[in-house]
Design a protein around this ligand. Structure first.
Ligand code: ZN
Length: 536
């Protein structure tokens, strides 16, 4: 028995016909080969694992094959066999990342000046071509401007924007698409049929989704799973990758609508103890929120969802608990969390804060809907009365004012302003609600922290004082949020202020939902990263 060969090498497609996922490219290239009208330079672009290098190698074989079949290499002639063995000097593969200097390109030019030894064409395949230096690109440009008849170039890149326009304009460009999860799953099942292991449908689908459209990543992951077990199940995949599993994601999403931060934090603690990857978990939550959003927008079209049929029913039940704005605001908060997690030191804490915020926001959303429903009911009552009596009647209950009236004594004690500052200098901002609305548009994730807030302007010092009624404000409101708030204020009020804030004591009935949940979670004895790491 020979050395173990990685699945992605062993099962690399050998012909254009094998490449199922890029028909728009393989069809065109095969036609060109059949008609003998190939270009002298190609540029293959697309994300990793989408088949660029594989296509380039098949192309090199196909143009030189002694008995090509419908534009595909025969795989049997001496040229095909030697190309496969890597012993054909006329097919030259270069890694642009490690051969990126002017000297390397000069060597290449010298090589290109000699006729091919055994083949019809000399084919240069340059991978990661965007890594070349400016000087190397210039030397390359001279080569592809007037290439000898017998030379073909295939460039491959994941970063097309780094390739100079002068090169782009001289190449025929093909864009490789991400491979659909269904196509990857199909390939995995096909490979398993010919290997010494089995893969369940759910496991194949999970691998496909996790590999994000890249076949190479998918097959590497399959390798990893097959090393754990001969019968690859969903659990095998989750163990191999350290992902939490859909069950945990659904639990968190349900907990958010039930305002059950305790249950959510408990699960995060459990996953943390099991050494699950917190960043990946946040990513999974955001993927399912995306599914919820699509389900809410187009309930009858499940084809857009990356999900197994069994999970679809559960997801539909969860979707019924959410409003569309609630989903979008949650998705935005989790995406921001993912961003911060890539930079921040304490990923667990970032995730916990976001989950608590999610629980609070969903409560807020359902509260708003309740208020709206009451308001509609009152209006309907009024309308019925008008129709019956022909005269308008007094509204049963006036709608609650969004904003509390400006306090008589503006609290300024924590301000970094002159001790002499006269409190009377602060003037209440009348259209603060409009500023908050604008802020909600640009930063919905933290806008909820400013519910029931009021604001004052000290014109002489150019200060905007915001009085906040949410105890989590200090912890969750970041510098970047402050800049966005000032942007919103500038758009509505026409002036760029300096921001000062004060967190007011809570009145019993106005305690922020997030704070209640936080306290409840902590009094339930649930460990949170916030407690441990922020020294609270
Ligand atoms: Zn051949």
């Amino acid at each position: 028995m020979g050395a173990y060969e990685a699945l992605y090498r062993k099962w690399r497609p050998q012909s254009f016909e094998d490449i199922v996922a890029q028909p728009h490219i393989t069809r065109t290239v095969r036609n060109q080969i059949m008609r003998g009208k190939t270009a002298h330079a190609y540029l293959f672009t697309g994300s990793r694992g989408t088949g660029k290098t594989t296509c380039a190698r098949i192309f090199a074989k196909a143009v030189n094959c002694l008995n090509p079949k419908n534009g595909d290499p025969c795989l049997e002639c001496e040229i095909c066999r030697d190309a496969e063995a890597g012993t054909l000097t006329d097919i030259i593969e270069i890694d642009g990342a490690s051969n990126n200097g002017v000297d390397e390109v000069r060597n290449l030019r010298e090589n290109a000046s000699f006729l091919p030894v055994r083949c019809k064409y000399k084919v240069f395949i340059i991978d990661e071509v965007h890594m070349m230096s400016a000087g190397a690109f210039n030397a390359l440009l001279k080569m592809i401007e007037e290439p000898p008849e017998y030379v073909k170039f295939v460039f491959a890149t994941t970063e097309i924007h780094k390739v100079p326009a002068t090169i782009l304009s001289r190449c025929q460009r093909f864009d490789f698409r991400r491979i659909l999860p269904a196509d990857i799953a199909g390939r995995i099942r096909y490979i398993a049929e010919h290997e010494q292991f089995t893969v369940s449908e759910a496991a194949a689908h999970r691998i496909a989704v996790l590999s994000d459209g890249g076949m190479r990543d998918a097959l590497s992951l399959l390798d990893q799973c097959a090393a754990i077990s001969d019968a690859v199940e969903l659990e095998t995949v989750e163990e191999a990758v350290g992902v939490a599993g859909t069950e945990s994601v659904f639990l968190i999403l349900r907990a958010a609508t039930e305002k059950n931060a305790s249950a959510a934090l408990e699960r995060i603690d459990l996953l943390y103890q099991q050494s699950k990857d917190m960043t990946r978990f946040a990513d999974e939550i955001s993927q399912q929120l995306r599914n919820l959003m699509l389900l809410k927008t187009a309930p009858d079209d499940a084809s857009l969802l990356d999900i197994m049929p069994e999970e679809l029913e559960q997801l539909k039940a969860i979707a019924a608990l959410y409003s569309l704005p609630g989903i979008i605001s949650a998705l935005s908060a989790v995406r921001q969390c993912c961003d911060r997690m890539t930079r921040a030191g304490n990923r667990r804490m970032e995730l916990e804060m976001t989950i608590i915020r999610l629980c609070a926001d969903q409560q807020q959303q359902s509260g708003d809907i309740k208020a709206l429903t009451n308001r509609i009911a009152a209006l309907e009552q009024q309308l019925a009365a008008i129709q019956a009596n022909g005269v308008p009647v007094q509204q049963a209950a006036p709608p609650k004012r969004r904003q509390p009236a400006p306090a008589k004594n503006v609290p300024t004690q924590n301000l970094q302003v002159d001790a002499k500052t006269d409190e009377k200098q602060f003037v209440a901002v009348k259209n603060w609600a409009a500023v908050l609305e604008r802020f909600f548009d640009i930063n919905p994730a933290v806008a909820g922290l400013l519910n029931n807030s009021s604001a004052y302007i000290y014109a002489e010092k150019n200060i905007l004082l915001v009085c906040v009624r949410n105890m989590l404000f200090r912890r969750l409101f970041k510098q970047t949020d402050a800049v966005m708030l000032l942007d919103a204020a500038e758009q509505i009020l026409g002036t760029r202020y300096q921001l000062r804030y004060k967190v007011l004591e809570q009145e019993a009935d106005q305690t922020a939902p997030a704070e209640i949940l936080m306290q409840r979670a902590q009094s339930d004895g649930i460990r949170t990263g916030i407690q441990e790491d922020a020294g609270v």
